[in-house]
Design a binder for this molecule. Structure first.
Ligand code: EPZ
Length: 441
């Protein structure tokens, strides 16, 4: 992976995306599978691992704990035989919130874990109270001391847990911790995201006894450590990456076929795109084809836990609604502050008004290229989609956000006919762009 600290994308808009693109493994699954590999002393082999900076960070976290990590292309082998440390430090957890997922497996296997608090982030408060309540319900003693979550338990004991809201991370941490608990855990109001099902399938392949994952009630029957063994597992396709290409294709009135996807995981988006006027078909069970040859109509949108419309696609879809015909109301219900992309979309000519957690988008005929800065991962995706749709040239800075979650995005987009290149940023460029941006947002 290239060093993205000082690079920017230059995109010449107006090129219709056409052709085929293969979707990578899911970032939001692989990170959790990697963390869960801590449950067993046997080697865990993962394939379809996306090459992303977040995966690099998780490898660093695991190495810090004493896991041996071998990486070859899209495959990694992890072995947590000799764990030397139960502490995930601030330097690593602050780089990536998913590092917090080592809490459940460390506690479950060793009865001890000390993980730095991740803190809030630019998109919202992102609490961890539900993780803590769930682990306490399993019998752990959890304290927050000097910025760390310190947890201890002689042996976790299964329990009935009802999450206040279907948090993805809390469902994962509690489910993984409960694998080695004594007796059964019933986790209600659980998150139902496909990545939860992928994690349960992975754990079951390792020897765990989990049923109901993918529904709102998960039952985890505790097993003994000697029942857990090594596993070889293929990571589920990244539904958010796939969705990003579908929306980009729609925004350029393109004709694109995605390969290596699970269409059912994309239902809320494909349904929305069809309502907007896109033609979507499934040539094979693992492909989705989108064809758009006219300006799409706007649709309203409310983000919800799966199977509702994903918050991670709110920004990308806003970039499409910005050039669609009509006015749409976008309601963000998962995060308190996930409209950071709006100011940059407005720089490109979008008409958007924000009031609390609602954005009103009035479609314009076209956007125009500008210098913009990505504020988070999905904001980066939204700006790329807007740039592909826009007239003229767009420069996008802060690519470290993008490289957390999109493997080889420029190569894939270029293969579809986009004019996109990554170039180094000199200090002068950064200064210039920062000055141009003052006063925005
Ligand atoms: C996961 O985050 C994803 N990250 C996020 O994707 C995604 O946006 C989110 O799920 C929702 O789908 C990974 O999988 C690595 P949550 P997570 O716990 O697990 C509140 C991306 O762009 N909450 O379901 O952190 C929380 O504040 C990222 O790829 C509590 O209040 O999400 C938030 O408002 C961004 N207390 C809401 O729930 C808790 O204890 C959803 O959080 C836990 C969560």
């Amino acid at each position: 992976m290239s060093d993205t600290k000082a690079e920017k994308l230059i995109i010449e808009g107006g090129h219709r995306l056409q052709g085929d693109v293969t979707i990578s493994g899911a970032k939001n699954s692989v990170l959790k599978l990697m963390a869960a590999s801590l449950l067993t002393r046997e080697p865990v082999h993962l394939s379809n691992v996306p090459q992303l900076s977040d995966v690099d960070v998780m490898m660093d976290v695991l190495r810090h704990l004493g896991v041996t990590v071998e990486q070859s292309g899209h495959e990694i082998t992890l072995c947590a035989r000799d764990i030397t440390c139960f502490e995930a430090p601030y330097e690593l957890v602050s780089k990536m919130r998913a590092s917090f997922n080592v809490l459940g497996p460390l506690l479950g296997r060793f009865g001890e874990a000390k993980v730095s608090l991740p803190g809030g982030c630019s998109i919202g408060k992102r609490g961890i109270d539900l993780h803590i309540k769930g682990l306490e319900a399993l019998g752990a003693n959890v304290k927050i001391v000097h910025g760390f979550v310190e947890s201890k338990a002689k042996r976790l004991v299964g329990s009935e847990i009802v999450l206040d809201l279907p948090s993805v991370g809390a469902t994962e941490n509690v489910m993984v911790a409960a694998v080695l608990a004594e007796g059964a855990t019933i986790l209600s109001n659980a998150a139902q995201e496909p990545e939860i099902l992928d994690l349960a399938d992975f754990l079951n392949a390792m020897g765990a006894d989990i049923s109901g994952a993918g529904t709102n009630e998960i039952v985890i029957n505790g097993v003994k450590p000697e029942n857990l063994g090594g596993v070889s597992y293929h990571v589920v396709p990244d539904r958010i990456e796939a969705a990003t290409y579908l929306i980009a294709a729609a925004g350029t009135r393109g004709d694109v076929t995605l390969h290596a996807v699970h269409p059912a995981h994309l239902h809320s988006l494909t349904h929305k795109l069809m309502e907007m006027g896109a033609n979507i078909t499934l040539p094979t069970p693992n492909q989705i084809k989108i064809q758009v040859d006219k300006r799409l109509q706007t649709e309203n949108l409310t983000t919800l836990p799966y199977p509702g419309f994903p918050t991670d696609l709110q920004a990308p879809l806003m970039a499409l609604l910005a050039i669609s015909e009509g006015t749409s109301v976008i309601r963000e219900t998962i995060y308190e502050n996930r409209f950071n992309h709006v100011g940059n979309l407005k720089r490109m000519g979008a008409k958007i008004e924000v009031e609390g957690n609602v954005a009103i988008v009035t479609g314009v005929e076209s956007l125009s290229g500008a210098c913009v800065k990505a504020s988070d991962l999905r904001a980066a995706a939204a700006l790329i989609i807007a740039a592909l749709e826009a007239k003229g040239q767009t420069e996008i800075l802060n690519l470290h956000h993008l490289d957390r979650g999109y493997e080889k995005l420029e190569d894939k987009m270029r293969q579809l006919g986009a004019s996109i290149q990554r170039i180094p940023v000199t200090d002068e460029n950064v200064l210039e762009t920062t000055q141009q941006q003052q006063g925005v947002e």
